[in-house]
Design a protein around this ligand. Structure first.
Ligand code: BTN
Length: 252
C-alpha cells in the first residue's frame, strides 16, 4: 500500500463514506473499477480513487481527460430511496464538492445544474451518477492542478483560478466529509434542506439557457430549483417547466 493511500485511509476511517478505500496509481476508470466491486457485493461507502485514469469518461460516454494532477473518485452507495429520486444525488455530490472547494481552495464555484461545477464559466468538476448491480456509483472528477495544455478548451483547473491550496489529498478528505454529511441528510429527510443549501451555489438563476433533455430542447430563463431538485425554467412565452435531467448551455 502506498503512503498516499495509507494517509487517506487513516483520515477517512471514521466517515460513513470512506470506510473501504481502493486506491490506484493508474486505472482505466474508477467507474469501471467501482462497478466491478459493486458486482461483487462491495458495501455502501466503498470508494475507488485514482491518481490518473487511462479511460476516464463523462456523461453520454464523453471522454474525461484524467492525467495526474486531478482528483478522480467513485463512491459506491446503496440508497433506500425511490428510483426517481436517484438523479438528486448529482446535486448532493455537487453541493459537497462546492463546499470542499470553498474549504480547501478558497474559491466559490457555480453549480451548473445538474452535474457540473464552473469557475470563470469553465468546467472545473464533472459528476457522473450511474446505477448498477443494485448500487449507485457517484463519480467525481476535479481538475486540481492539471496542466492546462492537457485540458479541453472549455475546462479550467483550481490552480489556474489561483486556488489557495491544490492539495488533492486534503480536497479528497473534504469531499468525503461533506458528501458523508449531505448523503445522510438526503437519505433520512426530504430534499428541502439540500435545496436550501444549494441555492447560493446555483449559478443559473436569471440566466437565459437552453436545456437539452433527451430528444427535447427548451429555451428560457432559469428561475428556480423545485422541491425535488428539478430545474424550473420560464419559457419565452411565459409558461414554467420543471426538468428532472438535462444538459444546460448558457445563451446569455
Ligand atoms: C461529466 O462531466 O460528464 C462527468 C465527468 C465525471 C468524471 C469522473 S472522474 C472519476 C470518475 N471516473 C470516470 O471515468 N468518470 C468519473
Amino acid at each position: 500500500m502506498t503512503k498516499a493511500c495509507l494517509r487517506l485511509k487513516t483520515q477517512l476511517k471514521d466517515l460513513p463514506l470512506g470506510q473501504s478505500l481502493h486506491y490506484f496509481a493508474s486505472v482505466s476508470s474508477t467507474m469501471d473499477a467501482a462497478r466491478e466491486l459493486a458486482r461483487n457485493g462491495a458495501p455502501h461507502g466503498t470508494i475507488v480513487v485514482a491518481a490518473k485514469q487511462l479511460k476516464g469518461r463523462g456523461r453520454m460516454n464523453r471522454v474525461w481527460v484524467s492525467p495526474k494532477g486531478g482528483l478522480y473518485a467513485s463512491f459506491i452507495v446503496r440508497p433506500h430511496r425511490a428510483i426517481e429520486e436517484i438523479p438528486q444525488l448529482s446535486l448532493v455530490a455537487g453541493l459537497s464538492v462546492a463546499e470542499a472547494i470553498r474549504d480547501i481552495a478558497k474559491l466559490h464555484p457555480a453549480i451548473r445544474w445538474p452535474n457540473d461545477l464552473l469557475l470563470q464559466d469553465q468546467k472545473v468538476c464533472g459528476i457522473l451518477v450511474e446505477a448498477c448491480h443494485g448500487a449507485v456509483i457517484i463519480g467525481i472528477g476535479i481538475n486540481v492542478s492539471t496542466n492546462p495544455r492537457e485540458l479541453p478548451p472549455e475546462a479550467i483547473s483550481l490552480k489556474a483560478c489561483a486556488a489557495a491550496s491544490t492539495d488533492i489529498e486534503a480536497l479528497m478528505v473534504a469531499v468525503c466529509r461533506h458528501l458523508s454529511a449531505w448523503y445522510a441528510v438526503w437519505s433520512t429527510s426530504s430534499f428541502a434542506p439540500i435545496r436550501e443549501a444549494l441555492r447560493p451555489w446555483i449559478g443559473l438563476f436569471g440566466r437565459v439557457v437552453r436545456v437539452r433533455a433527451g430528444t427535447h430542447q427548451f429555451e428560457g430563463t432559469a428561475v428556480d430549483l423545485d422541491e425535488a431538485g428539478q430545474l424550473v425554467i420560464r419559457l419565452d412565452f411565459g409558461l414554467h417547466r420543471a426538468l428532472a435531467v438535462g444538459e444546460v448551455t448558457f445563451l446569455r
